[in-house]
Write a protein of this length. Structure first.
Length: 246
């Protein structure tokens, strides 16, 4: 414990943080207490819940700046908590999972988690990812570079940038903010191949600490929602593009 305490004290001297509130929803006390120790040493105010339903209730009451959410929880699992939180707002979420299964991570991202960590994790990495997710939430990217009155059209797809509206054959399509920005970034750069890393920087605002699979998840969602009208092409081993002649 002495070694861990010294490590935490060292980390405190390296970082300064305005007081922000983090809610940890984790049913393993040794994990939640260790994470809490490091987060508090880094300057965060930390709340802890051991059940999913309790965590959801606490999140709705306290409105924390960030939720760190275990996947497997009593009362209500992390997937359902994420879904409920996303219905009510955009509190940043880091999902914890003991499973090293890419499917779990992808499903978590599809439901709206901002990042994920597989247990066991390095508490320093947890703090770094918490800071990264909060920076994205506090300083969102400027979004599409086209003027607000710009209308982008690709075949039957119409994107009205200012109103942040998307239509296929005149029918409105509901996209999340990140799905919309990703689609616009690709259409604005039609004919160019954009790597996953470039898209993360353009849409999320800076280099993403997590897995670049989040781009694949959002592209898959766009294809599902837009159907045959989706203009995004996969460039295997590199990234994505919208063809110049579409």
């Amino acid at each position: 414990m002495t070694t861990a305490t010294n490590s935490v004290n060292s980390m405190t001297s390296q970082f300064s943080e305005d007081q922000q509130q983090v809610l940890i929803v984790e049913d393993e006390p040794n994990i939640s207490s260790f994470a809490r120790m490091y987060l508090e040493a880094a300057g965060f105010d930390v709340l802890v819940a051991e059940r999913g339903d309790e965590g959801l209730e606490l999140a709705e009451k306290e409105k924390p700046d960030l939720v760190i959410l275990d996947l497997m929880l009593p009362g209500m699992d992390g997937y359902e908590v994420t879904k409920r939180l996303r219905q009510d707002g955009q509190i940043p979420i880091i999902m914890l999972t003991a499973r090293d299964d890419p499917v779990d991570k992808v499903v978590g991202l599809e439901l709206g988690a901002d990042d994920y960590l597989t247990k066991p994790f390095n508490p320093r990495e947890l703090v770094a990812r918490a800071r990264a997710v909060l920076r994205r939430a506090e300083a969102p990217p400027e979004g599409p570079t086209a003027p607000e009155n710009t209308v982008l059209e690709v075949d039957t797809l119409r994107v009205e940038v200012g109103g942040r509206e998307v239509f296929v054959d005149g029918e409105g399509i509901s996209l999340t903010p990140k799905e919309f920005d990703l689609l616009v970034a690709l259409i604005e750069n039609r004919g160019l191949v954009l790597t996953r890393e470039q898209l993360l920087e353009r849409v999320w605002g800076f280099t993403f600490l997590g897995d670049s699979r989040t781009i694949d998840v959002h592209v898959r969602q766009l294809r599902r929602k837009l159907g045959d009208a989706c203009p995004i092409q996969t460039v295997w081993g590199t990234g994505y593009k919208v063809a110049a002649d579409r």
